[in-house]
Design a protein around this ligand. Structure first.
Ligand code: C5P
Length: 313
């Protein structure tokens, strides 16, 4: 029996993501949009702990716990149950989630918890599965879940679930503006994007990632990365959440090399070149920007990782 199976519980930490590029293609017959995106995992983490239990349960704590479902709709719980079903595991787990990733913020917080639950349960049950082997099940839970199994920086295609790693060296310094009131619904933002495109008579073509961004990431040229940040959902997010225009403008005026709404928003990511510049920008945004939580972080970071086996008590 492996050490993981003998131990009472497993804790995993899993990061949130931002999208350095999000090119939205046509709406598919299954209701998803064809994407070309560059995912980038950043150092804001949720912690997922699973312990064997008689019945399934989920408990959510932490600074961003408000509004996370604790019933059957919780995505981490769905992930754990799906893995158990797939591999014939009998018995249940109690999930404990400590949330730091913004909820409905465009940083894939729910998907991160699902990826974390898969990795934690895989270890707890001693299934000996690689991340690649977990990917197909992860993709059934959400388009961003496979990426959070791996982390780093990766190009996502299809609906975001098909991944190819991007080579980069060093790290990028980010300042995040996080809404401290309600978030945005991802389907609503995609629908608004379709509506705006139709109203503008825009021709929607097959999405392709920009070679310029990939090249800039390879050399970690911060100014070039900043200049190539792009999100096709940004207009839709700003249309539904107009204060984002002011947030973007404030950060750029304060000297960020680039600014982009992450995913379907409303989190905004600003790129700077040094830790000192990140501190300056966060102080300036807190003083002069629209109200929000300001966080400093770096990327890329690894995806879901086991951090602790909690022994028998
Ligand atoms: O896959 P996930 O559950 O995260 O997607 C949430 C919603 O976001 C989908 O139901 C769909 O409305 C929208 N979406 C999309 N195209 C994608 C990914 C998500 O339209 N590629």
């Amino acid at each position: 029996m492996s050490q993981a199976v003998e131990s009472r519980g497993v804790s995993v930490r899993v990061p949130g993501k931002i999208n350095l590029e999000l090119v939205v293609g046509p709406l598919r017959d299954d209701g998803y949009h064809e994407l070309a995106t560059v995912f980038h995992a950043v150092g804001i983490y949720d912690h997922i702990t699973v312990t064997p239990a008689d019945r399934w349960s989920v408990q959510v704590t932490g600074p961003t716990a408000a509004g996370v479902p604790t019933g059957p709709g919780n995505l981490a719980l769905k992930a754990a149950k799906a893995l158990a079903r797939r591999y014939g595991i009998e018995g249940a787990v109690a999930l404990s989630i400590e949330k730091n990733i913004p909820v409905s913020g465009g940083m894939a917080g729910g998907s991160a918890d699902a990826a974390g639950a898969l990795v934690a349960c895989e270890s707890l049950w001693g299934l000996q599965l690689s991340r690649d082997e977990l990917e197909p099940l992860a993709a059934t839970l959400g388009s961003d879940v496979p990426f959070l199994l791996h982390g780093g920086t990766a190009v996502g295609s299809g609906r975001g679930e098909r991944l190819a790693p991007v080579l980069s060296r060093g790290e990028l310094q980010w300042v995040l503006w996080v809404s401290n009131d309600s978030g945005l619904s991802t389907p609503a933002v995609y629908a608004e994007c379709d509506r705006l495109r139709e109203a503008a008579g825009e021709q929607v073509v097959e999405p392709t990632p920009s070679g310029d961004l990939i090249g800039a990431l390879r050399t970690m040229d911060t100014e070039a990365v900043g200049a190539t940040l792009r999100n096709d959902l940004q207009g839709a997010a700003c249309s539904l959440y107009p204060v984002l225009d002011e947030v973007l403008e404030a950060g750029l005026t304060l000297g960020a090399h680039g600014a982009v709404v992450s995913g379907s928003g409303p989190t905004v990511a600003f790129l700077v070149s040094t830790q000192a510049a990140a501190i300056d920008l966060s102080v300036g945004l807190a003083a002069r920007g629209p109200a929000g939580d300001i966080r400093r972080t770096t990327g890329p970071v690894a995806g879901a990782q086991v951090v602790q086996h909690v022994g028998p008590t």
